[in-house]
Design a protein. Structure first.
Length: 279
């Protein structure tokens, strides 16, 4: 297990944290939409109402100008009617005057209808403005909270990217190039440990014994033949090496100096239980 491999594993952990931070920032967009949606709907309705109100006021002005023009024409025709010289001219002026009066009556009726619609539209606009102001007031604290939380997430992402830049500078350049190439394809996992039974920890395909030995003892970068990730030794590799030595030590015989005497109480002088004889 090389130091560079260790760096790549740490780099991968950092990249996964960066990806999570990016996702958290992206998740704020639907939250903003959810918070702002009521106010946005009211704002759209208010904008549509204001546009329609403006159009109706322009139409009202057009009718006013048309009415004034027809009234002026009616007045002139009435004056002309008093100066006609024959019946034919009188009939013609009278017919034109009648037509202007009917048109003027229609315009006045249309103007009255439009004035009533304008009044209702202005009331609707006032209601929407009040509702929008209330909704905006309720949205503002929630929106400010989301802005603050997103800013914190963006700051965290910036710090993670700086940390990643420093960590990448410590890795083996060639191995880093391979690592970045694997992740450039959209894969989140580029480095994986072997499992205890010798399989790739990413795709769980069995790794040939020769490659397993190289992973344990070589300093070269080894990749899974099935999925292409960079393979490293299991996490407890050192423990698995120490364990057999400890077991052998437990099974070794004790030192001869620590063995107990074979005969309890014996001193090797040949003493027996017989009584001594008198001289």
């Amino acid at each position: 297990m090389t130091e560079q491999h260790t760096d790549l594993r740490e780099l991968q952990k950092l990249d996964l944290r960066i990806k999570e931070a990016q996702q958290r920032i992206a998740d704020f967009d639907p939250l903003f939409e959810e918070v702002e949606e009521p106010a946005l709907i009211l704002e759209r309705d208010l904008g549509t109402t204001r546009t329609r109100l403006q159009e109706m006021k322009l139409e009202e002005r057009r009718l006013e100008l048309g009415t004034e023009e027809k009234r002026t024409r009616q007045k002139r025709l009435e004056e002309r009617l008093g100066t006609v010289r024959n019946l034919r001219e009188e009939a013609a002026v009278s017919a034109e005057l009648e037509m202007v009066k009917r048109s003027l009556m229609n315009d006045e009726q249309e103007a009255l209808t439009l004035i009533d619609q304008l009044r209702k539209m202005e009331e609707r606009s006032a209601e929407l403005e009040a509702a929008y102001a209330e909704a905006a007031e309720l949205v503002e604290p929630k929106r400010n909270d989301l802005i603050a939380r997103r800013a914190a997430a963006e700051q965290e992402l910036k710090a993670l990217r700086e940390e990643r830049k420093e960590l990448a500078a410590q890795a083996n350049p060639k191995e880093l190039k391979v690592y970045d190439a694997i992740r450039a394809g959209g894969r989140a996992i580029a480095v994986s440990r072997l499992t205890h039974d010798g399989a790739c920890g990413h795709c769980f395909g069995m790794v040939p014994l020769q490659l397993r030995n190289e992973i344990h003892h070589s300093t070269d970068l080894i990749r899974c033949e099935a999925c292409g990730v960079i393979l490293t030794a299991p996490e407890d590799e050192e423990e698995s090496v120490v364990a057999p030595a400890a077991a052998a030590a437990e099974e070794a015989p004790a030192d001869e100096g620590e063995l107990e005497p074979a005969v309890a109480g014996g001193d090797g002088s040949g003493d027996t239980d017989e009584e001594p004889t008198g001289e």
